[in-house]
Every structure is written in C-alpha cells, then in structure tokens.
Design a protein around this ligand. Structure first.
Ligand SMILES: NC(=O)c1ccc[n+]([C@@H]2O[C@H](COP(=O)([O-])OP(=O)(O)OC[C@H]3O[C@@H](n4cnc5c(N)ncnc54)[C@H](O)[C@@H]3O)[C@@H](O)[C@H]2O)c1
Ligand SMILES: O=C(O)C[C@H](O)C(=O)O
Ligand SMILES: [Mg+2]
Length: 489
C-alpha cells in the first residue's frame, strides 16, 4: 500500500557514470524526476572515462524501482550496473548472533569457563536448581516461540518464513530492554506438541514470549503453559497489543474529551489480538463493543453460535458484545461508532464507510504490514488515526510493551504476567506523554523513546512487589545486567 517512497523499499543502485562535469547532477535529477528520494551517494571506483557510484534511493515499491532505473538508463552517459534491495541485504545471514561475555584467551580462562571449573557451577545448580537464574543465561533470556501460523497479517506462512519476524522481535528485546531473546520456530501446529516442546525447552529460559500463533489455538497454548510453567508466559499478539491499544485509547480519549464508559467501539478481527484488546478495554471500563470476524458481525443470533460451531472465545465475545444484535458486515456495524479497531487484514472496507462514524472519530487500523484502511484515505473522516506501522505517526505496536514487560518480570523473577501488571504497563506507556504535549498525531510515544521500556519495567516490577509476586529484586541492575555480570566474573 506504500505509495510514497520509504525505507522499506530502499534500493542501492550501482551506476557507472561518464567522468565529466554535471553528470552526477543529471543522474540525481533523473532519479528525483522519477519520484525517488536520494539518501547516501558513495564513490566506488574511479577510472579515466567513468566513475562508479552507489546511490541509495527510497522508492514506493518494485514497479517504482523499475521506473527509476529506466530513467537512469535513459540518460546518455549513465548505466545501471546492478541494484541491491537494502531490506534483503539487512537480512543476509540473519539479524542476530551469539556473543561471548567471558574472555577465552588463556588456559586459566578455559579451566573456569569450561571443564574442569564449570563442573563446580553445574553441581551448585544441581544442588539448588534456582541457582540457574544466577549462573546461567536463564536470568536474562526469553524464548520467542512461533509456529508461523499468524505471521503479521500474512497468515499461515510456515515456521521458516516466520523467522525474520521472530529474529526481529529478538532484536527489539535486546535493543530496548537488554533482554536476550532467542527465536524458536516450531515445525508443528499441534497444540499438544507445542505445549510439550515449550515445556521441554523451559529450563533454558527465564520467560516465554509466544508470537504469531493463530487463534483459537493460541488461547489454549498460553493457558496451558501458564498453568504448567514457573516462568512467565506471554502471548505478545494478545497482551502486548492489548496493553498498547489501551495506552493509545487513554490518551486519545483525553484529546477528544471522551469517557471510556460512553464509547461505542467496532473491532474487526476476532483472533488473538482482537479478543485480547476487547478484554482489556472492557476491564478498563468500555461497555459497548461490537466485533466482526471474516464472516461478519458476531452475535448470539448468528447461525454458528446457534448451531454450536462457533469457537469458545467467539462465543464469549458474542455473549459480551453487540447488545443491539446487529447483523451484517463491519460496514453495517460502524454506524454511530466512536472508535474503530482493526486487527484483521488489509483494506477490509472502503474508507468512505468511516463517514458513518460519530464526529471526532478515532480509527486504529492496526493490521500489519498493511492496515485495514490507509491513513491518507481515512483522514477526511477521522480526528485520530493510528496504525501498527513505523512510517506513519501514532504507531500502535506491541514493541512498546513486550521488551519492558519481560525486563520487569525477569528483574523480580515474577512467575506470571498478571492482569494488574498489564494495566499498570498500559498506564505507564500512556503517561510517558505529558497531557500538555498530547496531540492528534501524538497519542503514543515513539517506539524509539528510550523512556518507555524502563517505565513499563518499573510498573510491572512495582505491581509484582505490591502483590507479592516478586521473588527477588534485581531491578537496580536490570538494564545493566550484562555489565554487572562482567563485574562479578
Ligand atoms: N499493531 C500491532 O501491534 C499488532 C499486534 C498484533 C496483531 N496485529 C495485526 O492484527 C492482525 C491479526 O493478528 P492476530 O494475531 O490476531 O491473528 P489471528 O490469525 O489470530 O486473527 C486474525 C483474525 O482476523 C479475522 N479476519 C481476517 N480477515 C478479516 C476481515 N476481512 N474482516 C474481519 N475479520 C477478518 C480472522 O477471521 C481472524 O479471526 C494481523 O494483521 C496482525 O499483523 C497488529
Ligand atoms: O510484529 C509486529 O510488528 C506487531 C505484531 O506482533 C504483529 O503480529 O503484527
Ligand atoms: Mg505478532
């Protein structure tokens, strides 16, 4: 849906240019006239007759790449040698690697890090398994587990194809909260097998972040793992999304002068994210919700509810929403709504449908990578617009939640992420923006705001302390865990 040039379609174009005055300017103009946005320009090779340069250009998509390279080829004295898709280049060999914390230069180093010294550490843990948190990576390492069945809005694309997203989550954990996370993509969709596999892996990890596992299996998988493991288990697409959506809504309501209790809300997509978002909004006070899945608006009148074929989560939904028993499509149900929340897929209805919403409408179109309705098209009908993407303002994305949530939980060694912790995290995210700075295009902090993860971690840790769920209090060293380990070693 990207129509404007952006970094996701950034291309490095290697161009051989005649070595004479004005040529680089002509190449730059050709790129600009074709709509490309030039970034870096590097000199690769100089010869008597020619220069070779790498020109980095943001474009709007593959067709636009062709138009830009054709424009360069159309010049006398310029020739495209080759092109590199920078997004793919960033993924060559994967995005993360393992790194050693202890030096291994001498025999002494080896005899401590490995045999024979390591055996004493193993024995200490064998005598007291809790010491795994002190002397292994468990204390700071989270498993990012997916079966590849609901990857972004791309659906069931399989475990190998899910890896770039899971590696990306690991990058975000490390970057924003100093948490070491490891991507694990499983070659099974079977609930029992997933539960058993994660349980078998659990001794290595301090927490489990479930990711992009489709509904309704994700609900049972999370419930069972939470019940059976003594480390926190958190399905990011449910709870991370719910926390950030509530944070955004708290601030959007301040701007539009609304009360959660009076809102009329339409949610499309009743999978992992849609159900969890609805639940947290209801816990926070929202009373009037209508939900729609790919078969239309859900109600107790719908045939699949009546004949018992509706899954249990949607049955819950049908029973707790849509008091007027509206039937039909999301476009039918949007009449008179104040808030639209999309957690379904791209372009599910024409933007004009939003005209039926109340004034000062709020539109959170959060499907990734492409939202239910584009912000440009929604603009005439909504006062506040948010998406899950980084290239628009108001990015409602679970990255604002999960790094800090796990940082806080690991620091106090909480065994569960409770509802109270999630609420506290939502409030912490919302409060990062002072009321005086709230604006229609600034309802959630930037994902690059370094205050967010520590604030979320502190809120989670405080809640754990308050409820007695905190088993230790490492919070003082949380963000510097690596440094402290080095000092201790
Ligand atoms: N912005 C964020 O932080 C964030 C977080 C989680 C999920 N998401 C996005 O939300 C979407 C759903 O993710 P999920 O994890 O809940 O997946 P899921 O597979 O569990 O659920 C998807 C749901 O959407 C429904 N759906 C599909 N097309 C629809 C349509 N045209 N109308 C109504 N409903 C439709 C499906 O029936 C299903 O119930 C994805 O696009 C994902 O990228 C965004
Ligand atoms: O991965 C993201 O950017 C958000 C979310 O987890 C999603 O599945 O869309
Ligand atoms: Mg996800």
């Amino acid at each position: 849906m990207s129509v404007t040039p952006s970094a996701q379609y950034s291309l490095t174009i290697r161009v051989e240019i005649a070595h004479k005055p004005g040529m680089l300017g002509r190449v730059a103009s050709a790129i600009g006239d074709a709509g490309g946005v030039i970034g870096a320009v590097d000199l690769v090779e100089v010869a008597d007759e020619t220069l070779v340069r790498d020109i980095t250009v943001d474009a709007a998509g593959p067709d636009h790449w062709d138009a830009i390279t054709a424009a360069i080829e159309g010049l006398d004295g310029a020739h495209v040698v080759d092109t590199t898709d920078r997004t793919f280049l960033m993924h060559v060999g994967g995005k993360i690697e393992q790194a050693n914390k202890a030096p291994l230069k001498t025999r002494d180093d080896l005899s401590m890090a490995y045999t024979p010294g390591v055996a004493r550490v193993c024995q200490a843990i064998a005598d007291d398994r809790d010491k795994a948190f002190q002397y292994t990576i468990k204390r700071n390492t989270v498993a990012v587990v997916s079966d590849g069945t609901a990857v972004l809005g791309m659906g069931d694309i399989g475990p190998e194809a899910a890896m770039p997203v899971m590696e990306g989550k690991a990058c975000l954990f490390k970057e924003f909260a100093g948490v070491d996370a490891f991507p694990i993509c499983l070659d099974t969709k079977d609930t029992d097998e997933i539960v058993r596999t994660v349980k078998l892996l659990a001794p290595t990890f301090g927490g489990v972040n479930l990711e992009d596992i489709s509904a309704p299996r994700c609900f049972e998988i999370e419930d069972r793992l939470k019940a059976e493991l003594d480390i926190p288990v958190f399905h990011d697409d449910q709870h991370g999304t719910a926390i950030v959506t509530l944070a955004a809504l708290l601030n959007a309501c301040k701007i539009t002068g609304r009360d959660l209790m009076d809102l009329r809300v339409l949610v499309t997509g009743l999978g992992a994210a849609g159900v969890a978002v609805t639940k947290i909004l209801m816990e926070a006070g929202v009373r009037h919700v209508i939900g729609a899945d790919s078969r239309g608006v859900v109600s107790t009148e719908r045939a699949d509810y009546q004949d018992g074929s509706m899954n249990s989560m949607k049955r819950w939904y049908a029973e707790h929403s849509n008091p007027e028993k509206i039937t039909g499509t999301p476009a039918d149900a949007i009449d008179g709504c104040d808030l639209f929340i999309g957690l379904s897929g791209a372009r599910i209805f024409p933007a004009e449908t939003l005209a039926k919403m109340n004034r000062d409408a709020m539109v959170f179109a959060m499907a990734n990578p492409n939202p239910e309705v584009s912000p440009e098209e929604a603009a005439p009908y909504a006062r506040i617009i948010a998406t899950g993407r980084s290239d628009y303002p108001n990015q409602i994305n679970n990255v604002l939640a999960f790094p800090g949530i796990f940082r806080g939980a690991l620091d106090v060694r909480a065994q569960q992420i409770t509802e109270e912790m999630k609420m506290a995290a939502a409030r912490a995210i919302a409060q990062i923006i002072p009321d005086s700075e709230l604006r229609e295009d600034y309802i959630v902090p930037s994902v690059f705001n370094r205050e967010v993860a520590p604030a979320v971690a502190e809120a989670v840790a405080q809640e754990a302390r308050r409820t007695g769920a905190a088993r230790v209090d490492d919070h003082a060293i949380g963000f510097a865990a690596g440094d402290v380990d080095r000092l201790l070693s």
